[in-house]
Design a protein around this ligand. Structure first.
Ligand SMILES: [Zn+2]
Length: 291
């Protein structure tokens, strides 16, 4: 299996883990973009992190990770759903320069924030926001877990030119730590010895054996992860309608049609004047009351 996420848990203890390794989905997400190396690495790590976070959801829907600031790296966004379909995009601003590659996260984004949006299918969206502080994405995400779920959670991420990987450890809700009070600090220490190339390249069984050979680990079945964009003509229309009637007619008057290409996957959507009029009438129907 190429891209996967795999759950494991420590027998007789209230701690679980998730391991993710991505390569084809990272390639697919980067295919249409010329990201500077440092941006690609960070986006790869964010993809691994988002798949890990989405794996903690207990319902069908999507999880969207979005970082935004006033620094040289303006935005970064990754979305993953319960089918483990992931899409991602980053946007370095005009101020981006190669020598920023080793900047800590908080300098790359400047004054910024990290938003995690959870979008259950047919349910209410909710969002948690934490400041983009610290040198690495991991610490922001751990902060998010402390704030939103109050579950002790640790995350390790790595990315290379070939792919990205991550490991999440979490104390399960509703458990005290039982007789083995030392388990959580011990597992964190053991996991902290992981090297980036081990995380990226070792098969799951080998990696877990290397880290936890004195613990009893149960490995669940691996689940495939893939790149897939969730854009559609209908969703594109919904976004266009929010521009309003005047703006839409203005674009048609100037350009003759509206052409939009999806930033995530490159899919093109074109709307001619008839489409746009229909869109306006359809959109108005929702907000204008008929007397
Ligand atoms: Zn798309």
């Amino acid at each position: 299996m190429s891209d996967f996420i795999q759950r494991f848990h420590f027998s007789e203890s209230p701690v679980r883990g998730e391991l993710v390794q991505l390569s084809a989905s990272v390639d697919a997400a980067f295919e249409r973009h010329q990201y500077p190396d440092a941006v690609a690495r960070l986006l790869g790590e964010a993809m691994a992190a988002t798949v890990l976070l989405a794996s903690t959801l207990k319902f069908e829907g999507s999880l969207i990770l979005q970082a935004r600031g006033d620094g040289p790296l303006e935005t970064l966004m990754v979305e993953c759903n319960h089918r483990r379909e992931v899409r991602a995009i980053a946007q370095p601003g005009e101020a981006w320069q190669e020598d920023m590659a080793n900047w800590p996260l908080e300098q790359l984004f400047g004054n910024g924030q990290l938003a995690i949006t959870i979008d259950p299918e047919g349910g209410q969206r909710y969002q948690g926001i934490v400041p983009l502080q610290g040198t690495r994405l991991e610490s922001c995400l751990e902060h998010y877990f402390m704030q939103s779920e109050q579950l002790p959670t640790r995350i390790w991420l790595a990315a290379s030119e070939e792919g990205a990987a991550g490991l999440l450890l979490q104390v399960l809700p509703g458990h005290d730590q039982g007789s083995d009070a030392d388990i959580w600090p011990r597992l964190q220490q053991l996991t902290a010895t992981v090297k980036a190339d081990e995380l990226l390249e070792l098969p799951a069984t080998e990696l877990l054996y290397r880290l936890y050979n004195e613990e009893l680990v149960e490995l669940h079945e691996a689940q495939a992860v893939c790149f897939r964009c969730t854009c559609s003509r209908e969703r594109t229309e919904q976004v266009l309608v929010t521009l309003g009637e005047n703006e839409l007619r203005g674009i048609i008057a100037e350009h003759g049609a509206i052409e939009i290409s999806c930033q995530f996957c490159g899919q093109e959507y074109a709307f001619d004047p008839v489409d746009v009029e229909q869109m306006i009438r359809g959109g108005a129907g929702h907000s204008v009351k008929m007397h």
